[in-house]
Ligand binder design. Structure first.
Ligand SMILES: Cc1cc2nc3c(=O)[nH]c(=O)nc-3n(C[C@H](O)[C@H](O)[C@H](O)COP(=O)(O)OP(=O)(O)OC[C@H]3O[C@@H](n4cnc5c(N)ncnc54)[C@H](O)[C@@H]3O)c2cc1C
Length: 469
């Protein structure tokens, strides 16, 4: 039976599929399928080719134990590979702990989340906190499957974000912290400078660059010692009812039913901002505050990571390209037109004109540099900003988004060193992708050592490992 991913842009047709209940069963399956291509999947919330594979497929959802041990002031949790983040949070909370870093949703598995560098805002990505990974792979001398523990050196840095390319992850040991509360409130700012200046007081904040209104709505967030607010439950209800559902239903209605660009623009200028209650300060438990029901409605996403010093130029460029993509008679500023000319992308820009109307706020999140080889925030000493573009068009009507995402990835990777999220739409060629990671070669060496026959690769990871950068 073919399976589709969340975004309905990938179809998986494995030759055999298993949902093992124990580590021994994983080893038995590997032994039974010696020499064949084998990939694991999590909950298929990636949009990229990372999840593809036409060989044997393993779904480790039944390996989902969570155990917690104190470690100095911190905690270490050992988590079965297929455990979903929501279950992890529940189990950790029982022991007064939580994860350092969380994405916007909590339905991914731990193995899937770390394998693509999943991140939130104001901290490192989840991969950075991984201390040990146990993988099932083949022993070169006997050809038999065995369990290999990775907890140091380049192998650890590689397995922290591995695209499924180092073997089947069985469990992950990850550094956790004591549970804590977060206070948040929204403000609107006309300038990026104003938003970035607020980071000092609100290090966990994220912001939304609102298309067509072109202002910044910032979700200011900071850790506090104060208790949960009296109105925290009401705030959760507001988020669930108004932001997660009402606002998204409105966007879906405009995109899928009305399909009027004029209405979309008007709505972002005048109506969407009305959904946001400003300056309402609420304190709640971190794991409630940091996630939303972003998986409630099907969509597709590309997310580009740019280093901090490039952020102002990258956002100005983004605004101009969105305006060109959304109308017949808009052009880039002189400086950005020159950049496109220098890249030889004039025809790509002409092909994008009037083909795509941005219809979702552009979420921007700060990610601290990761100690990994190839997670998107790896390898620089400055912070990275993940800039995301989302389309709610029906899967059959994504041609405009495809053009837009390809154009943004190709231009921004060359202009601003932008790195596409490994789990999201990633339209670059293998060599263009690997060239963005100074330590990709070390990753390649580790992968070829742990999986010399390439049995854990798919076409995409094979191309990445073989790319000339
Ligand atoms: C609605 C939505 C919101 C999202 N929000 C965020 C966000 O806020 N921040 C962010 O960074 N990302 C976000 N993502 C992306 C998501 O976190 C990643 O794509 C993540 O990898 C999905 O996890 P998964 O369990 O579904 O894994 P899958 O998508 O199934 O797999 C991802 C990769 O992990 C590998 N893998 C899975 N299990 C194993 C295993 N046991 N052994 C070896 N390899 C394995 C797979 O082979 C594949 O390469 C979001 C995605 C969606 C759909």
């Amino acid at each position: 039976m073919p399976r589709k991913n969340f975004g309905r842009n990938r179809v998986l047709q494995p030759s055999a599929a298993y949902t093992p209940t124990s580590e021994q069963e994983v080893l038995d399956i590997l032994d039974r399928h010696q020499g064949q291509s084998i990939r694991a999947v999590g909950r298929l919330h990636s949009w990229s080719e990372a999840i593809l594979g036409d060989g044997v497929q393993l779904d480790l959802r039944r390996l989902n134990d969570v155990s917690l041990e104190p470690d100095g002031d911190d905690f270490l949790a050992t988590i079965g590979a297929g455990c979903q983040v929501k279950r992890i949070l529940k189990e950790l909370n029982r022991g007064g702990a939580t994860l350092h870093s969380l994405g916007l949703i909590d339905v991914q598995t731990i193995a899937g989340a770390i394998s693509t560098g999943t991140h939130g805002s104001g901290r490192h990505s989840m991969s950075h906190y991984v201390e040990e990974v146990r993988v099932a792979r083949y022993d070169e001398s006997t050809g038999k499957a065995f369990i290999y523990e990775i907890n140091a050196g380049d192998e650890l840095l590689a397995v922290r974000c591995s695209l499924g390319a180092l073997g089947i992850i069985l469990s992950v040991k990850i550094r956790c912290r004591a549970q804590y509360n977060i206070q948040e409130h929204f403000t609107e700012s006309k300038t990026l400078e104003g938003v970035l200046n607020a980071e000092e007081s609100y290090p966990l904040q994220q912001f939304y660059f609102v298309p067509w209104r072109w202002s910044y709505f910032t979700q200011h967030r900071c850790e506090v010692t104060g208790k949960r607010s009296f109105l925290a439950k009401l705030y959760r209800l507001y988020w669930w009812g108004i932001m997660d559902y009402a606002m998204h239903l409105k966007i879906l209605f405009m995109m899928r039913v009305l399909r009027s660009r004029r209405m979309i623009r008007f709505s972002f200028r005048r109506i969407v901002p009305l959904f946001v209650i400003r300056k309402w300060k609420v304190t709640d438990r971190s794991s409630s505050m940091l996630v939303m029901k972003h998986e409630a409605f099907r969509h597709i996403e590309i997310e580009l990571f740019v280093p901090r010093e490039q952020l102002p130029d990258a956002l100005q460029f983004t605004k101009e390209v969105i305006e060109v993509a959304g109308s017949k008679d808009t052009s880039l500023s002189e400086v950005n037109q020159r950049r496109i000319d220098d890249l030889g992308m004039q025809e790509d820009l002409a092909g994008l004109q009037n083909q795509y109307c941005q219809h979702y706020p552009i979420c921007v999140r700060r990610v601290l540099p990761d100690d990994t080889l190839i997670s998107m925030a790896s390898g620089e000493d400055q912070d990275w900003y993940a800039v995301s573009f989302i389309s709610y068009a029906k899967p059959k009507r994504r041609a405009g988004f495809d053009l837009f995402s390809r154009f943004m990835a190709r231009s921004m990777s060359q202009l601003f060193q932008a790195r596409p999220h490994w789990g999201k739409i990633s339209p670059l060629e293998a060599s263009e992708l690997t060239a963005l990671y100074p330590k990709f070669d070390t990753f390649r060496t580790v992968s070829k050592t742990l999986d010399p026959q390439g049995v854990f690769q798919n076409k995409w990871t094979t191309a990445l490992l073989d790319a000339d950068d």
